[in-house]
Design a protein around this ligand. Structure first.
Ligand code: GRF
Length: 203
């Protein structure tokens, strides 16, 4: 699987994916591109130890979506890198029709809640404010909705009485670093079939 990792932030999930490839738990997967829409994003540095150079690509003036000429710039870079799977790791823009059509069911995202609860921004804070006792994280395919695509994997995290938004997010992120590489390995195995909304393993 030739993956392109796209992110806007510090890149801890990208780091976990690189580490899983390096330690052999994510074999047959190669990071062919590491792209960010934020020029000084930490994620751009995450490939250095693994021989992958991060590249900033201007995504255009609309801060919340990737479309128009910005989308085209990303598509050009992804094609040039021969990417077959797009891995969103904290990429803070909505993926629009052009990219979805270019990579059908091959765009994956990680979201910091147990979807379908708390889609959108700051999901850990939404969970804390709502008062749920269990939240977590979800790896899912990206479709045209916001955090609505078929689910690949989830992990639960208990909310503690003394949690702050920061402490809860930190524990969710630890789980993200476990399930994201594992879900990518299942995808790379080629033994998953989408049946309705369900990603079912075939033998
Ligand atoms: C993660 O919490 C992920 O769930 C969300 O964005 C954050 C990215 O963190 N989509 P990082 O940049 O991978 O550290």
């Amino acid at each position: 699987m030739n993956i392109a990792i796209l992110g806007s932030g510090k890149g801890s999930n990208a780091e976990a994916i690189f580490a899983a490839i390096a330690d052999g738990t994510l074999p047959a997967t190669k990071v062919v591109a590491l792209l960010s829409d934020v020029p000084d994003a930490g994620i751009l540095q995450r490939g250095i130890r693994y021989g992958v150079t991060g590249t900033y690509i201007d995504a255009g003036p609309f801060r919340t979506k990737l479309d128009g000429p910005g989308e085209q710039r990303y598509l050009d870079a992804l094609r040039a890198a021969d990417a077959d799977t797009i891995v969103l790791a904290g990429f803070m823009r909505i993926i629009k029709a052009g990219m979805l059509a270019a990579f059908p069911n091959r765009i994956v995202n990680i979201h910091p809640s147990l979807l379908p609860a708390f889609p959108g921004l700051n999901a850990w804070r939404q969970a804390l404010d709502y008062g749920v006792r269990i939240t977590g994280c979800t790896v899912h395919l990206v479709d045209a909705g916001t955090d609505t695509g078929p689910i690949l994997d989830q992990m639960a995290v208990r909310v503690h009485d003394d949690d702050t938004a920061e402490s809860l997010h930190a524990r969710i992120q630890e789980c993200e670093h476990t399930i994201y590489p594992a879900a990518l390995q299942r995808l790379a195995s080629g033994r998953l079939r989408l049946t309705g909304r369900r990603m079912i393993a075939v033998v």
